[in-house]
Design a binder for this molecule. Structure first.
Ligand SMILES: *[C@@H]1O[C@H](CO)[C@@H](O)[C@H](O)[C@H]1NC(C)=O
Ligand SMILES: *[C@@H]1O[C@H](CO)[C@@H](O)[C@H](O)[C@H]1NC(C)=O
Ligand SMILES: *[C@@H]1O[C@H](CO)[C@@H](O)[C@H](O)[C@H]1NC(C)=O
Ligand SMILES: *[C@@H]1O[C@H](CO)[C@@H](O)[C@H](O)[C@H]1NC(C)=O
Ligand SMILES: *[C@@H]1O[C@H](CO)[C@@H](O)[C@H](O)[C@H]1NC(C)=O
Ligand SMILES: *[C@@H]1O[C@H](CO)[C@@H](O)[C@H](O)[C@H]1NC(C)=O
Length: 525
């Protein structure tokens, strides 16, 4: 007897599908991806009907495209010819006697911003919030869109709900509330990008606080890392506030967007994985990057480039006293254990280091530092170099290329790839792993104080070791230093990212020769 209402619902759904409409994220004021890619536009209509799409400027049609509404999905899809940046355009769809028009459309670069609460944190919550909100009106060509939080057990075709349809920014939209919308990091990054590019930028936010990477990963990406994707057998971690079940956010908040043509992705996530599957992140993160790229490329019928630029934020400090090194390990795994980005395991990625941007007094908890401007500026440098190919731009902090011990074993020289600026007061910046007296016992990490910094070379004393040193690490702590005062920066103010060399358990080989640091220069990639 319950069959009747179900059938009524199906009929209603079918009838609604026949009406001409655009997918949820095609609205007035949107930015469509400019040349050389073609922007994808899709929507719903009467199965079998023809849909005509026309793009007009100042009342004159500049492009016309036809599409057939597919059966049984009831969807149509058009790839616009590549367009130079600019606008405003009107985009009209017609099906039989129906028509719909989107107004105030611009062509520019479209970036997707995703991750957990540090991406969701809004402009209202950051340093200089009132000044940043007041500045919004000066950027009418940086357009914003935010998905509403949603989860699903199956891959959805369109978004369940939209929090902010494409909008011209105002203080009200950017500072709606705490962790709702709009993302401060996404906004600041897009605004700085606009100042560089001087053409329209579209920012598409899809983020949810307290969520592990597994929720954002497709079943395919999880399988690549040996994770079971069975939501029923999944047990959530008590520390995390957001959905954690595998693929639920991928299904509802990323899969529906795959058809859009993008210029790049900005990602700030990982705090949750300092508690869950930490040592899998060196697989799950590169797998997500590769999988999202492949999926956005396929979903846009090849318009979104296969090696889509992917920028990310390396975790900021959380607790000054930490019970474990989960944050330090997660930061390392964010680079696929290489230490910097891009790197051979993560081509065309870029990283904003934030390990020196702690904010113990943040009213939103120290896990939510308020200086998102510095993070956005560092991310912008990576985007300019990696995504936009600006030559000769210094966009990474110094990275070591070699560590050489002297004959007595008392000193260690670490050579960096850039000129160094040294903040003397940081204790425990470097640590060495001293071999144990007992065979096969793990080595012990002890501080190796800096005795001198000259140009690109740091000299450390190993006096505290008393035994051959087997490993070396830098800034390996959840809270490695005070605000903008880690031990090593370059002349441009970019911090040296944390690193560690592998100390082989049971190995007895001291630094008599060169240490096994990656002999790759970050700038050369
Ligand atoms: C679009 O539809 C409206 C009625 O909804 C009609 O008045 C108008 O003429 C149509 N425009 C075009 C270009 O077909
Ligand atoms: C956001 O959080 C701050 C600090 O807890 C609080 O003072 C403020 O009222 C909150 N704002 C909104 C809009 O909830
Ligand atoms: C990830 O890190 C863990 C712990 O350090 C290590 O055992 C594992 O081999 C690494 N996996 C990859 C794919 O790099
Ligand atoms: C959007 O992309 C997905 C994934 O490639 C695909 O399954 C779906 O059919 C596409 N939607 C439309 C309307 O083409
Ligand atoms: C906040 O504004 C002050 C005054 O303009 C400026 O000096 C400071 O750098 C700003 N802080 C950030 C994080 O942008
Ligand atoms: C290490 O650096 C010091 C200067 O700080 C230099 O005198 C010494 O020769 C160097 N040792 C090695 C082994 O390179």
């Amino acid at each position: 007897m319950a069959v009747v209402p179900v059938m009524c619902l199906l009929l209603l759904a079918g009838a609604a599908g026949a009406t001409l409409r655009f997918a949820s994220y095609y609205t007035d004021h949107m930015v469509l991806q400019k040349e050389p890619a073609g922007a994808v536009v899709w929507g719903y209509g009467q199965p079998g009907a023809a849909v005509a799409l026309s793009l007009a400027r100042d009342g004159a049609v500049v492009m016309k495209k036809m599409a057939q509404v597919k059966e049984p999905s009831g969807t149509w899809k058009v790839i616009l010819d590549p367009m130079a940046h600019g606008g405003p355009y009107a985009l009209m769809a017609e099906q039989r006697s129906e028509n719909l028009t989107l107004q105030d459309i611009y062509f520019g670069d479209v970036w997707l911003c995703s991750g957990q609460s540090n991406m969701a944190m809004t402009v209202l919550q950051v340093v200089n919030a009132s000044k940043e909100l007041a500045a919004a009106a000066r950027y009418p060509y940086v357009r914003v869109f935010a998905t509403a939080p949603a989860r699903s057990d199956t891959e959805l075709e369109d978004l369940v709900r939209v929090d902010v349809p494409w909008s011209v920014p105002t203080a009200g939209i950017l500072g709606h509330g705490n962790f709702t919308y709009f993302s401060a990091l996404c906004w600041l990054f897009g605004r700085y990008l606009y100042e560089t590019l001087r053409y329209p930028v579209g920012l598409l936010e899809s983020a949810w606080g307290g969520t592990p990477i597994e929720a954002w990963s497709s079943p395919r990406a999880l399988r690549a890392c040996g994770l079971q994707e069975d939501a029923a057998r999944f047990s959530p971690h008590e520390h995390l506030s957001g959905p954690q079940a595998p693929s639920v956010l991928w299904n509802a908040m990323i899969h529906p967007l795959l058809n859009v043509t993008l210029r790049g992705i900005a990602w700030y996530q990982g705090e949750a994985n300092a508690f869950v599957h930490t040592d899998l992140y060196n697989c799950t993160f590169p797998a997500l990057v590769a999988d999202w790229r492949q999926a956005f490329h396929a979903g846009s019928a090849g318009q979104t480039e296969p090696l889509l630029p992917f920028g990310f934020v390396q975790l900021a400090p959380y607790r000054r006293q930490s019970p474990d090194d989960g944050f330090a390990r997660l930061r390392w795994h964010q680079t696929a254990d290489v230490g910097f980005a891009p790197n051979p395991r993560m081509p065309r990625t870029f990283m904003a280091v934030a390990a020196d941007l702690g904010d113990e007094r943040s009213p939103y908890g120290s896990i939510h530092p308020r200086d998102k401007q510095s993070v956005a500026r560092r991310l912008l440098l990576g985007a300019r170099a990696v995504a936009y190919g600006e030559k000769g731009l210094v966009f990474q902090g110094p990275y070591p290329t070699r560590a050489t011990g002297d004959a007595t074993g008392d000193l260690l020289n670490v050579t960096y790839n850039q000129e160094l600026v040294w903040h003397r007061r940081v204790e425990r910046a470097f640590e060495v792993c001293c071999s144990s007296q007992l065979p096969l016992a793990p080595c012990q990490w002890v501080p190796a104080p800096v005795v001198a910094v000259e140009s690109r070379r740091v000299t450390l004393t190993l006096a505290g070791c008393g035994a051959p040193a087997l490993g070396l690490r830098y800034a390996w702590a959840e809270w490695p230093c005070e605000y903008q005062a880690c031990a090593l920066y370059n002349g441009q103010g970019l911090p040296a990212p944390p690193f560690r060399t592998d100390a082989l358990p049971g190995s007895r080989e001291p630094f008599s020769t060169s240490l096994h640091l990656p002999l790759v220069f970050p700038g050369g990639m």
